[in-house]
Design a protein around this ligand. Sequence first.
Ligand code: C2E
Ligand code: MG
Ligand code: MG
Length: 681
Amino acid sequence: MKFGKSDSTGIGRRIAKLVAYSVFAAMIILAVLLSVLQVKETFESKRAGLEATAFVFASAIADHVETRNSSEIQRVLRSVARVPSVLNAAALDRTGVTIAQMGNATFLRSDLINSNQSTLEMLTKGFLPISVDIRRGGEVVGSLVLLADVSEVRFHLLWNLMTTILGSLVAAGFAVQISRPLQRKITAPLVALTKAITKVRDTRSFEVANIEGAQGETKVLVESFNGMIDDIRTRDQAMQKLAYFDPLTGLPNRVHFQKIVDELFSNPDGPKTAALFVADIDNFHAINDAMGHSIGDAMLMNVAALFKDEAGETAQIARLGGDEFAICVPNIATVAEAELQLARFISTLYQPVKLLGQELHITVAVGAIVVPLQATTASEAQRYLNLALHEAKNLGAGRVCFYRQELAENIKVEAELAQGLRLALNNNELQVHYQPVVDLKTKRVSGFEALARWNHPTKGFISPARFIPVAEKSGMISELGDWILLKSCRQAKAWIDAGQSPRTVAVNISAAQIIQAGFMGKVRAALAQSGLPAELLCLELTESLFVGKSMTTVEKILYQLREIGVRTALDDFGTGYSSLSYLENLPFDKLKIDRAFVSGMKGGRKSIDLMKGIINLAHALGMSVVAEGAESLNEVETLRELDADSVQGYAYAKPAPADQALAIANQIDEQASYKNVANLR
Ligand code: C2E
Ligand code: MG
Ligand code: MG
């Protein structure tokens, strides 16, 4: 910071004043001293001159004083009075009695005698008394007193003082002018320093220019200040980096991205529209767990670099934390444009990534939103983006979801359902319905599938497909699952106790339930409390169980179940990954082919061949096959021809409360016996 001419503020003014006062005071003191000396000298020379005159006249009147001839003395005194500036002359005798006096002024006697008056007294009174001895033959016979007018000295003194004051004022002015450059040198850095400090205080920003040009102690002060500001700036930058950037990838972090989104809505000079994406790497946790955190980190850096390369100058990339990356592409106004942009980024992941000699294929679930088309505030945009990502993750790996209004509504409904579900168990709103499973060979009901039902007081029946995921998310699935398991086991045992032929009961177990500690204990307890033989219980698990979880944990549980005699079924086969490796490696007893597959058989030969292939494969792996959702007798017949073992569907019976389900099952059995008898005949 350089300083200008206008530094005569504050300290500058005070220095100018100091210079002016000092010069003025010095001049005045000097002038007064000189004047006093001059006055003294004037008085002294005046006194000396007058004394010399007085001596002359004293000797002239000595005889007359002796003889007290006052008329002669008077004559001489008259001459004395003619001497310029003498106001009065008096001759006194030895005793101090006036013998003769001459003059035009009246004086006090003391004035006449006191010839040793101080300079100040003489100045104030305006006259100078002189007294000399009158001697005759060496003997003092009297004294001659003269009183001289010295008022002009007073005038001179006043005049001198006046001119001195004026001169001093002019000198002080000059001094101030002359001292200005010097004063500026001293004060300017201080003024600049003060301004800088004030700016820092007012703006709370340390972005002030360095101060230059100081000297001496001020230089030390200014340099310390500059150094301190530099340190703070460096620290600020480091903190800024920490606060706004992700240390692993060097990308802007969540806080930074939030600012980017805020600016989209608040900066009038910025872009007016944008597409926002949040990408979450699928199964990242599994990769991290299986291959170690350093591989996980390498993968994140890889994705960051790929996205950053693709973004170039046209988009901004951020790492929101964990395996989530955000992308902001400005000047995108429609969903169609946004889809094109997103495709650019997703296609960068098509090439497999090589890490530790292994080729990894990365897929991401993406939530997307176009602003301001789909959100009118920054906080709305963030919230909707999260909802879209959440939905994309729910849909499965590699899925993209653009925000839709119903996502926000779903969340609200889900929250209400979760709230209601807590009360449902206590209020007996939950029931279990049973759907018969028919053996295709014997045509008899070999078992039932237990299906949860929620009879909501105001909403009526709510499908398990809706409330089971809510129970899973809200953590209620454990309590709910335990209740259904025990209730189903008890029901199956009650039927046996009532003399019915032993039939299996299949209970659906959600992924969240099975990985909970103590799951095996709960199964054992349900069997023990109900008294149901273990081999009559079948647990149905879906492929979702394996997503993001270690296979070995699930495998262990499946073997433990087999050990105690409980059967297991892989449910909904054909809807998820339909991975053959699950079939090959995991010890399932049954394979339940999903309804979509069964109804797909109408589509023609290819679908039927596929169904045949799956059934043969299951049999080859030692599993029996249950076909779900057969709605027509045609489908049942085809399934029988394809060698499926059992069938479960509306063609035979819908899920129903226990009593009705039993009645229907017995009816099916009866029909089977009748047909069998008929066939025998
Ligand atoms: P899921 O285990 O595959 O159950 C079979 C579903 O197919 C049942 O639906 C059943 O009513 C339906 N279904 C059976 N035959 C037919 C048919 O011919 N046509 C049609 N259109 N549908 C048929 P539901 O009862 O609505 O259950 C849906 C899903 O909810 C179940 O699929 C299961 O995954 C889950 N679920 C039901 N109860 C429970 C439970 O107690 N615990 C857990 N974890 N999940 C359950
Ligand atoms: Mg099931
Ligand atoms: Mg199923």
